[in-house]
Design a protein around this ligand. Structure first.
Ligand SMILES: CN(C)c1ccc(C(=O)NN)cc1
Length: 319
């Protein structure tokens, strides 16, 4: 089998939401290659106002004694209990998917009414269900896929897709360049050989994770400094949350070299949003608080990205 589900960017391309059939309900989930839990609101979730919620199908079962509790890099969290139910994404069906029902969610979730939960697409080793760790949707359907891969096609301010089971050459230009993935921490980790700000090449390798669930491109402070050195007037202002600059400033492109392929994020994609101060908040920000680099949506929305589990590799091509 194979299938494609449309994703829709939320304001500022902050997250990409996909309608998913979970049990007897349709919910809008934030697909997240940086985590491994599929969780949804229920009719009784504290903080569930304004969200669609999960209704178990007739064939659903409660996974007795199983609970989950997750924390994300931005400090948000959620927890609850677990059902086994049918989940359908773009026509691809997981018949015995662990559906994690939220009893509690932190305020950044409850206030974010654009999603009704998350669908994790990292490696299943990050799944938080206890005492029996559960598999991601991708892991559950992988053996049924015509080609056991999925692709993320995120766009700037336009619908894209998550494709399961096939590579679509109409969705990228040139060739796909593959590079080994580092799954030792459960993420889709990878290394770039160098980076370029405008026309200035820095021959320093960077490692990080491909994370559709993180909005920004989070890089070490040296790399951030080298980028904003080419943005006139940019300052790193902790009171505004990081690197800001006058919104009239033009931004240089940021590109990375991966196994001979140059992945370019155009400067026009590198402003995240306008602050109340009239300053603009950059899409490239410091990864220091996280401890590793995160190639989030700001980066991914310039690329066609293949996530290949069996070969433990990532593929990149320009959109
Ligand atoms: C609050 N929300 C919607 C979040 C969604 C995703 C994440 C995340 O770190 N994913 N890798 C954090 C927070």
């Amino acid at each position: 089998v194979s299938g494609s589900a449309t994703n829709t960017p939320q304001p500022a391309d902050s997250e990409y939401i996909v309608p998913v059939t979970v049990g007897a309900s349709t919910v809008n989930l934030d697909f997240d290659t940086g985590s491994a839990d599929l969780w949804v609101y229920t009719s009784s979730t504290a903080g569930g106002a304004g969200h669609n919620y999960y209704t178990p199908s007739d064939g659903a079962t409660v996974m007795n004694g199983e609970t989950w509790s997750i924390g994300y890099g931005d400090g948000s969290s959620a927890s609850g209990n677990v059902y086994q139910d049918t989940v359908v994404v773009g026509g691809v069906t997981a018949t015995a998917q662990a559906v994690e029902a939220a009893q509690t969610v932190s305020s950044s979730f409850s206030s974010d009414t654009s999603n009704d939960g998350l669908l994790g697409l990292s490696w299943s080793s990050l799944n938080t269900v206890s005492p029996d760790q559960q598999k991601t949707f991708y892991d559950n359907v992988q053996s049924s896929l015509a080609d056991p891969v999925f692709a993320a096609i995120l766009k700037h301010d336009a619908p894209g897709s998550y494709d399961f089971g096939f590579i679509d050459s109409s969705k990228y230009t040139g060739n796909i360049t593959y590079t080994p993935a580092d799954n030792s921490q459960g993420y889709w980790g990878f290394t770039v050989d160098s980076y370029t700000v405008g026309t200035t090449v820095t021959s320093t390798a960077l490692s990080g994770i491909a994370d559709t669930g993180t909005s920004l491109l989070l890089l070490d402070d040296t790399t951030c400094g080298n980028y904003y050195a080419q943005v006139s007037g940019a300052i790193n202002d902790s009171s505004q949350g990081g690197w800001v600059y006058d919104c009239s400033t033009s931004l240089p492109d940021f590109s990375v070299s991966i196994n001979g392929y140059t992945a370019t994020v155009p400067g026009s994609y590198l402003t995240y949003d306008q602050q109340s101060s009239g300053q603009c908040y950059g899409g490239i920000q410091s990864s220091t608080a996280i401890g590793f680099n995160i190639f989030g949506d700001v980066f991914l929305k310039s690329q066609y990205v293949v996530f290949d589990g069996p070969n433990v590799q990532l593929g990149f091509a320009s959109q």
